[in-house]
Write a protein that binds this ligand. Structure first.
Ligand SMILES: C[S@@+](CC[C@H](N)C(=O)[O-])C[C@H]1O[C@@H](n2cnc3c(N)ncnc32)[C@H](O)[C@@H]1O
Length: 266
């Protein structure tokens, strides 16, 4: 399981769903409560996790456009709601990121994307969104915090290396990584948006061994790729952490959600 495979997205989706900030979801729901219909575009939708999380909070008539550059993920996109129309668009969002916004939409949504993009990309998208006075919902931006229970003396070194890796190019230029939500909030505030934010930390319990082991493997890989730590130290850490997972450890992984609302409406 690696990258953005459908298996990985399916493994993380229940954690995402539990983690999404209710304060932010309520703000999105409240914004549209007087409307009968809503058109949403989901940037880097994967298989449609945001559609499944948000659909029940929006007016009954919805049309969603799911945009992603992976046609296999789009082919697996499903909605729990039969009344919702879903269109999928295979597009590389790193190029011409404003293009999908030419479609008339009431809400731009995204999840687990902003930490992958560069400041320049975010600036272009935020500016295009603001020029159209569209509200923007962004869920599950990783913020760099990982809390291991119980701790290991090498945790901080590994997560430090992981957070360095988070800032490397993920296809959009040097990634914002853990700074993504803060930078986005600053950008939208400067564009005269009001921002509602909330935490959406993954709480990964002792019973969630598959998720823990998947994360540990990914973090060990990222730490090795960065090359700042001795390989033997990373391998020994992974062995100790896997033993702790088997014995019932737990994890918190920090994320931020926000809903940005324009000061003017269209
Ligand atoms: C962490 S996944 C999140 C997927 C989904 N939003 C979710 O929350 O399950 C990141 C998504 O970004 C998509 N992605 C990565 N680079 C992209 C690009 N250049 N253009 C469009 N989509 C991209 C991946 O295919 C993947 O679906």
């Amino acid at each position: 399981m690696s990258g953005f495979s459908a298996d990985w997205l399916a493994l993380r989706e229940p954690f995402d769903l539990r983690a999404r900030s209710p304060v932010v979801l309520d703000a999105v729901a409240g914004f549209f409560e007087r409307q009968h219909s809503v058109r949403v575009i989901d940037l880097a939708s994967g298989t449609g996790s945001t559609l499944r999380a948000l659909s029940s909070k929006l007016p009954p008539r919805q049309s969603w456009t799911l945009v992603d550059n992976d046609p296999d993920l789009l082919a697996a996109a499903t909605s729990k709601n039969q009344d919702v129309s879903v269109t999928v668009v295979a597009r590389d969002l790193s190029r011409d990121p404003e293009a999908p916004l030419e479609e008339t939409v009431d809400l731009v949504a995204t999840s687990a994307l902003l930490d992958l993009v560069s400041d320049a990309w975010l600036h272009r998208v935020a500016t295009a969104v603001a020029a159209r006075a569209i509200p923007f919902y962004a869920a599950l931006s990783y913020d760099g915090r990982v809390v291991f229970t119980p701790p290991d003396p090498f945790d901080a070194a590994v997560i430090g290396a992981v957070n360095q890796h988070q800032r490397t190019d993920k296809g959009f230029g040097a990634a914002l990584g853990p700074a993504a939500a803060d930078v986005a909030l600053t950008r939208f505030t400067a564009l005269r948006y009001a921002v509602i934010q909330g935490s959406s930390d993954w709480q990964i319990g002792p019973e969630d061994r598959d998720m823990q082991n998947e994360l540990l493997d990914g973090w060990a890989r990222a730490a090795r790729d960065i090359g700042a730590l001795p390989g033997g130290g990373i391998a020994a850490w992974l062995t100790r952490r896997r033993a702790m997972t088997a014995a019932g450890s737990s994890l918190l992984v920090g994320h931020v959600d926000f809903f940005a609302v324009p000061s003017t409406t269209r």
